[in-house]
Design a protein. Structure first.
Lengths: 210, 164
């Protein structure tokens, strides 16, 4: 069992391990905002100066949360995935996560966080994402596509510009499950459309339109 | 030898040098804080904190459960509450801020934890007055209006040479 990262380890993750990559998904996500100022964007990667500057320079509001940190706080004490079937812990998690009013956001940057949710909890979280997104708005999610490995690298994602992101390493984790195109379409079946970009580094970037 | 009389006569408020008050790490305050000078909180505060024209520093031991209004806030400890500044919020490494931010500028260091809404309020920059186009006839009969002035309509109309 791959132990979840401790809070201190996350906060003190080596910020020297910074990678940069091009992101078609981010490009599409930004295009969906159509340069209309005053939109509300939810970023689940945790606050970073570059993302804050990028979003607010467009005149948008940014709600920042560290979803993985939240997962660890609720389920990190013991077996990470077994805890996700503990009703009391799940209830606490749902009381503190994504508790926004309906149609609160014009875009959600989910990044790779959904990979670390067990199936029942994932379903609830996706339903919440559907609820808090405004109609026709998009979410951007990443899913690792390499199924032959036990653990996948996790990152804190930061927007450099509308088509480039910086990735800060946060160690490796075992994902709850792997997704292919079909399973992702099923996962987001209540949404209007799902668009995939398969990258050379085994990452499936997904743009989902509400 | 006693310094007490001297201290009583000291103008210890409205410090002309803009001094800083400190709530030490063993101090707990529940209620409303209103300060006319910079303030450092290294203890615990629950309530509201207001320093309209001054800087609040929440020290590494500081735990503030309050809504805060200040000119500038530097966070090294923990804040739970909405914060509003007219200038800047600086969230340093290992600091924790849970609440909504309304500010003109925000700095978030690597290793800081923030959960909440960031609303950047941009200061209204007054639109520059277009430079009056010099017209040979008008310039010969009347002095050209200063380009940096805030001309009112009547003056512009009276001058006859200011075009917007």
């Amino acid at each position: 069992m791959w132990p979840p990262l401790l809070e201190a380890e996350i906060l003190n993750a080596s910020f020297h391990n910074l990678e940069h990559r091009h992101s078609h998904g981010l490009d599409q996500f930004c295009a969906s905002l159509e340069e209309r100022p005053g939109l509300s964007i939810l970023d689940l990667a945790g606050a970073s100066q570059s993302t804050v500057s990028f979003v607010t320079n467009y005149g948008h509001r940014l709600y920042s949360d560290d979803f993985v940190h939240q997962l660890d706080a609720c389920f990190g004490d013991g077996d990470f995935y077994e805890n996700q079937s503990n009703a009391r812990k799940v209830e606490h998690f749902l009381e503190t996560s994504l508790t926004f009013e309906d149609s609160s956001f014009d875009g959600v940057l989910v990044w790779d966080t959904l990979q670390f949710l067990s199936a029942p909890l994932l379903q609830i979280v996706v339903e919440r994402l559907h609820r808090i997104l405004r109609p026709s708005s998009c979410l951007l999610a990443f899913f690792h596509s390499e199924e032959k490995i036990d653990t996948i690298p996790t990152y804190s994602y930061r927007i450099s510009d509308h088509r480039n992101i910086a990735l800060v390493e946060r160690g490796r984790r075992r994902p709850a499950q792997f997704f292919n195109n079909r399973s992702l379409e099923k996962l987001f079946q209540d949404f209007q459309s799902v668009k995939f970009f398969l990258t050379r580094d085994h990452l499936r970037e997904v743009i989902v339109r509400r | 030898m006693s310094t007490l009389p001297g201290r009583i006569n000291e103008p210890h408020f409205d410090n002309p040098r803009g001094g800083s008050a400190v709530l030490g790490k063993s101090v707990i305050v529940k209620g409303q804080i209103f300060s006319r000078e910079d303030l450092t909180i290294d203890g615990e505060v629950e309530g509201t904190v207001e320093l309209q024209e001054h800087r609040l520093t929440v020290g590494p031991n500081g735990k503030v459960l309050a809504s805060i209004k200040a000119r500038e806030i530097v966070v090294l400890g923990t804040i739970h509450g909405n914060v509003e500044t007219t200038d800047k919020i600086d969230i340093r490494k290992d600091a924790k801020l849970v609440g909504d931010i309304k500010t003109a500028r925000v700095v978030i260091e690597d290793g800081a934890y923030f959960k909440g809404n960031i609303d950047i309020v941009r200061a209204e920059v007054p639109k520059p007055q277009p430079a009056p186009k010099p017209q040979p006839v008008a310039s010969a009969t009347a002095p050209a209006p200063a380009a940096t002035g805030t001309h009112n309509v009547a003056a512009a109309a009276g001058g006859g040479d200011l075009k917007r």
